[in-house]
Design a protein around this ligand. Structure first.
Ligand code: GH3
Ligand code: MG
Length: 360
């Protein structure tokens, strides 16, 4: 722990200062991670190639069907077809087309019904549907757009128009998919600590606040462990920073193996970690904290001929109904951690109720 913090651990303003410092650090990291990610995505963008796309053509009249399939085949698209609404579903399920050209008027199940059914299915609702219509069916087109169709082509087809619309919607779909993947990746980047791959401070706070609201709403409990490695500076000084990094990763792995799937381990900063234990009362939290402390103390890392040992001090706090914010619970865990350090390290101290309790 930092000396200044040890001396002033009761001062909330200093605590906030450390939080702010960490956010600035994360802001820098995120900006550069974002730039790296965007550059890698730009390098990945492929030119449009019809062969990459499978188009399902649905029409009950084989003459019309053949005409459309021929136009698409000639341009290099992969095609598959169906002659009824029912068959169309089968094809969608088995072939996963990138786009559907759907005849509006078909016996049994018409195009509008097929469209409605596909759009109500989460798995298929993103597939663009272009309707094939006769010019006198335009009244139905409004309904088609309402149901989620993206476009229409009027029979008799003009090959160039059909191909232009198909290409436009495939490109739009690809851009949408890439954006979605990019958001998912960025979401991951903003929540994960890049060294240890555990949750970062941002994700910890999000998760912790969720637990607090749940506890307040349903009168249940949750506990927080603040874990700080003992004399970690000594490891960096003796074995180098890279070894220090490896130890952090190994410790995270060990902690993760000591908690449940629904618990969350995150890096609070430096060599300090937080575990949030949902629906966990003090008694069970002590068991988890002790298990983590013991697991870390039993780790052995071979460095050359030497075996490196490490211990951790843990501050434990459990939510109580008077807690209005997550900071209040964290602050108690921090006080427990301070006492654990003061009392000789490698131990768990519960800072709860009205008095800190030593635990061994
Ligand atoms: P204490 O038992 O009081 O906690 O002592 P300590 O040495 O663990 O605490 P101190 O705050 O003095 O030192 C923490 C050290 O952790 C110093 C810092 O360089 C190191 N550290 C913080 N982040 C990283 C990191 O990402 N990688 C490595 N290798 N070291 C880190
Ligand atoms: Mg430390």
């Amino acid at each position: 722990m930092e000396c200044a913090r040890e001396k002033n651990y009761l001062k909330l303003d200093l605590y906030c200062y450390i939080l702010k410092k960490e956010y600035i650090y994360q802001g820098r990291y995120l900006k550069s991670a974002y730039n790296d990610y965007m550059n890698s995505q730009l390098n990945k963008i492929k030119p449009f190639n019809p062969e990459d796309f499978l188009i399902l053509v649905v029409d009950d009249l084989s003459k019309n069907l053949q005409l459309v399939v021929d136009i698409l085949d000639h341009s290099g698209y992969a095609t598959t077809f169906a002659t009824s609404g029912q068959q169309a579903f089968e094809r969608v399920r088995t072939a996963h087309p990138d786009l559907i050209l759907l005849d509006l008027m078909m016996p049994e199940m018409n195009g509008l019904q097929v469209c409605e059914k596909l759009k109500s299915n989460q798995e298929y609702q993103e597939i663009p549907i272009i309707f094939l219509t006769a010019s006198d069916e335009e009244g139905d087109l409004l309904e088609a757009f309402k149901l989620g169709a993206v476009d229409y082509v009027t029979k008799p087809f003009r090959a160039a128009e059909l191909l232009a619309r198909v290409k436009n919607h495939l490109e739009l779909k690809r851009t949408r998919d890439e954006l979605k993947a990019a958001y998912a990746q960025l979401e991951l980047l903003v929540n994960i600590d890049p060294l240890t791959n555990v949750a970062n401070r941002r994700a910890l706070f999000k998760f912790g606040e969720q637990e607090l609201y749940r506890a307040q709403r349903y009168h249940c409990s949750f506990s927080i462990l603040l874990i700080d490695l003992d004399y970690f500076k000594h490891i960096n000084d003796s074995y180098g920073h890279a070894m220090g990094d490896t130890v952090l990763k190994i410790v995270c792995n060990a902690i993760n193996n000591s908690i449940r799937q629904i618990d969350l381990l995150g890096r609070f900063g430096g060599e300090e970690f937080v575990v949030i234990l949902p629906k966990t009362k003090l008694k069970e939290a002590i068991i988890v904290a002790e298990r983590i402390r013991k697991t870390i103390s039993e780790l052995s890392l071979l460095v050359g001929q030497k075996t490196l040992k490490i211990t951790a001090s843990i501050g434990l706090a459990t939510y109580n109904q008077k807690d209005a914010t997550l900071d209040e619970v964290l602050h108690r865990a921090d006080k427990g951690l301070y006492l654990a350090k003061e009392r000789g390290r490698n131990q768990v101290v519960i800072y709860d109720l009205n008095e800190p309790q030593e635990h061994d």
